[in-house]
Ligand binder design. Structure first.
Ligand code: HEM
Length: 533
C-alpha cells in the first residue's frame, strides 16, 4: 500500500516537474518572439509591464526601447512562458486591431469585466460581440445623438451654477477638484442619455443606483487586493465560495442595478410594445430605448436579436466605458488649459465669437484633439493571438543577436501570445509627431507632419479611441459632451493651476493624482475664477 502511494507521489511530482520544465524552459526557448530584441529579463518572475504601463515614465521608456530594440519589441509578461510583443510599428498595430477574429481581448480581462458589469460589448467576443454591436450602432448615429445636445447643455449649466455658488461662498479664489465634479456631471449625462434616468449626482450623491454604479466601478479600479483579483480570474468558484468584503459589495451593487435598471428595461419595453400596437412609435431617444427599438426592428433577423440580459449588460457597459473616460478627458483638458493661459484665452475668444456652432469651432477641435492625443484616458490595450500569425511590419526589425532586418516584412506571433497596443506610445511618438510630441501644442493640427497623418486610429490619427471593429462606439457621444462642457465652462470661468504637482497614474484609465497624496485618490484641484466678459 505504501508503495502505491509512493508511486502516485512520484508520478504527480514527475508530472509537475515536466509541467514546470515545459512552461519555464521549453516553451520560452522555442517561442519565435524570443528571437526579437528586447529589454533584458532580470529573473523568472520579473516583468516589463510596470514600466510600459506607468504613464509617468512610459513615454521615456518607449523612446528608449525603440531606439535600442526597434519597433517590434520582445517583453516579458507575468512569467518566462509569457513572452509578449510590444509593437510600435503602425502597420503591425493596424493589422492587430483590424483582425479582431485573430486578436481577441484576453479571457482574463474579459472574465473580470464580466464579473462586474456582465458580458456587454467591452467583454464579448466573436458572434456575440457582432450581434451586440449591430443592435447598438444605430443608437450612436449622428441623427440619434442630436437629442444629446440639449441634455448635455442642461447638465453643463447645472455644473456651472454649482461652481458659481461655490465661488460666491468664498471671498478668496475657490479651489475645486474638477476631476470629482466633472465625474458627477458626466455620470448624470450618461444616466439620462443611457436610460432616461436622472441620478441628480451634481446636486447630491445619494441616489441608490448612482451609489451602486459608483461603488462597483471603484471595486474595478481598486488594486489593493491583487491576490483576491487573481482568485477572481482563475478560480471564480473559490471566490464565490468564500466571498470577501469586496465581492459582497459587488453582489449588493449588482442586486440594486438588477432591480432598478432591470425595472427600467421592462418599463421601456412595455412602452415600445404599446407604441407599436397603437401605431404611434415610442419617441424615447435614450440609448436603452434605441437599443430596444433596434432589437425589435423588422429588418433584424430573429437570430441576430439580443436578450434583455444583454441589453442591461450593455447599458452597464456604457455607464462604465462612457463616464470616467469623458470626465478624465475633460479634466486633463482643463488642467492643460490652466497651465497654458494663452491657449485658454485664445480658445475662449473663439468660443465667444461663434457660440452657436460649438461643433464647428476649429481651435476648440484642435485643443480637444491635442489634449486627447497627449493624455489618452485609455493608456494601452492588450490582445491575444488565437492562432499563429505573421504580423506585417513597415519598419526594420531588430533581433536578439544584433541583426537588423530591413527587408523582413513580418514578425511571427505564436498562438496564445499577448500583443500590447501602446495607445499612448503611438500618440506620443516623436518619429511620427515631431520633436515637440510630448508638448501641448494645439496648432500642430493645422500643420500635421505627413508621418502622423498616416497613423491608424478612429480619431484624428490617434489611438485614443482605438481602431478597427473593436474601436470606441461612443466617440461622437463623447465629442458632443466634451465640446459642450468646455463651451459652458470656459465662457463662465477661468482656470489656473494650484501649487500642487499633478501626476498621471494608470488605474484602469490614466487618472490625475496629487504628488505625495496618492492614497487620497484621484483628484485634480484647480483655481476656478468666475469669468465676466
Ligand atoms: C473620452 C471618451 C472616451 C474614450 C477616450 C474612449 C476610448 C475607448 C477605447 C480606447 C476603446 C477600445 C478599448 C479596447 O480596445 O480595449 C473603447 C471601447 C468602447 N467604448 Fe469608449 N471611449 C470614450 C467614451 C465612450 C462613451 C461616451 C461610450 C458610450 C456611451 C463608450 C463606449 C464604448 C464601448 C461600448 C466600447 C467597446 C466597443 C467594442 O468593443 O465594440 N466610450 N473606448
Amino acid at each position: 500500500m505504501a508503495n502505491f502511494f509512493l508511486n502516485i507521489a512520484v508520478a504527480v511530482a514527475t508530472f509537475l516537474l515536466a509541467f514546470l520544465a515545459y512552461y519555464l524552459v521549453i516553451l520560452p526557448k522555442y517561442n519565435p518572439l524570443q528571437r526579437l530584441a528586447g529589454p533584458p529579463t532580470q529573473g523568472w518572475f520579473k516583468n516589463h509591464l510596470q514600466v510600459i504601463l506607468d504613464p509617468s515614465i512610459s513615454p521615456q521608456v518607449n523612446e528608449f526601447y525603440t531606439q535600442k530594440y526597434g519597433r517590434s519589441i520582445r517583453i516579458q509578461g507575468v512569467g518566462p512562458w509569457d513572452v509578449r510583443l510590444l509593437t510600435l510599428d503602425p502597420v503591425s498595430v493596424a493589422h492587430v486591431l483590424k483582425n479582431s477574429s485573430i486578436y481577441e481581448k484576453p479571457w482574463q480581462s474579459r472574465r473580470l469585466i464580466t464579473s462586474l458589469i456582465g458580458c456587454g460589448m467591452l467583454a464579448a467576443e466573436c458572434l456575440v460581440h457582432k450581434r451586440q454591436r449591430r443592435v447598438a450602432t444605430p443608437a450612436f448615429s449622428i441623427q440619434n445623438l442630436r437629442g444629446l445636445v440639449p441634455l448635455v447643455f442642461k447638465k453643463g449649466n447645472e455644473l456651472k451654477d454649482k461652481w458659481i455658488q461655490m465661488a460666491n461662498e468664498h471671498p478668496e479664489p475657490v479651489r475645486i477638484d474638477v476631476c470629482h465634479w466633472i465625474s458627477r456631471a458626466t455620470f448624470d449625462v450618461i444616466g439620462l442619455a443611457g436610460f432616461d434616468y436622472n441620478f441628480n449626482a451634481i446636486e447630491n450623491e445619494s441616489n441608490e443606483l448612482f451609489s451602486a454604479y459608483k461603488e462597483m466601478f471603484e471595486v474595478a479600479i481598486s488594486q489593493s487586493r491583487p491576490i483576491r483579483t487573481i482568485f477572481r480570474i482563475y478560480a471564480p468558484f473559490l471566490s464565490s465560495l468564500f466571498p470577501d468584503k469586496t465581492l459582497q459589495t459587488v453582489k449588493r451593487c449588482q442586486g440594486v442595478i438588477h432591480r432598478v435598471a432591470g425595472h427600467l428595461v421592462q418599463e421601456k419595453k412595455a412602452k415600445i410594445a404599446q407604441g407599436l400596437e397603437a401605431g404611434v412609435p415610442y419617441a424615447g431617444r435614450d440609448l436603452l430605448s434605441l437599443l430596444l427599438k433596434s432589437n425589435v426592428a423588422t429588418d433584424l433577423p430573429m437570430d441576430q436579436r439580443i436578450s434583455d440580459a444583454d441589453i442591461l449588460h450593455n447599458i452597464n457597459t456604457f455607464m462604465f466605458a462612457g463616464s470616467d473616460t469623458s470626465s478624465l478627458s475633460l479634466t486633463w483638458t482643463l488642467l492643460l488649459l490652466a497651465q497654458n493661459p494663452a491657449i485658454q484665452d485664445r480658445l475662449r475668444d473663439e468660443i465667444h465669437s461663434l457660440y452657436n456652432a460649438v461643433s464647428n469651432l476649429p481651435y476648440l477641435h484642435n485643443v480637444i484633439r491635442e489634449s486627447m492625443r497627449l493624455i489618452p484616458p485609455v493608456h494601452s490595450s492588450i490582445r491575444v493571438a488565437t492562432q499563429d500569425d505573421e504580423v506585417p511590419v513597415s519598419l526594420p526589425v531588430h533581433y536578439r543577436d544584433g541583426a537588423i532586418m530591413n527587408q523582413r516584412s513580418t514578425v511571427t506571433v505564436p498562438k496564445g501570445s499577448f500583443v500590447h497596443v501602446a495607445v499612448e506610445g503611438f500618440n506620443l511618438d516623436k518619429s511620427f509627431w515631431g520633436a515637440d510630441a510630448w508638448e501641448f501644442h494645439p496648432d500642430r493640427w493645422d500643420n500635421l507632419p505627413e508621418t502622423a497623418s498616416e497613423l491608424p486610429g478612429l480619431f484624428s490619427n490617434t489611438l485614443t479611441f482605438s481602431a478597427g471593429p473593436r474601436s470606441c462606439i461612443g466617440l461622437r457621444f463623447s465629442m458632443i459632451e466634451i465640446k459642450t462642457f468646455l463651451y459652458l465652462l470656459l465662457t463662465n470661468f477661468t482656470f489656473q493651476p494650484t501649487e500642487d504637482k499633478i501626476l498621471k497614474a494608470y488605474v484602469v484609465l490614466t487618472r490625475p493624482y496629487i504628488s505625495g497624496k496618492y492614497k487620497e485618490g484621484s483628484q485634480c484641484p484647480l483655481i476656478v475664477l468666475p469669468y465676466n466678459r
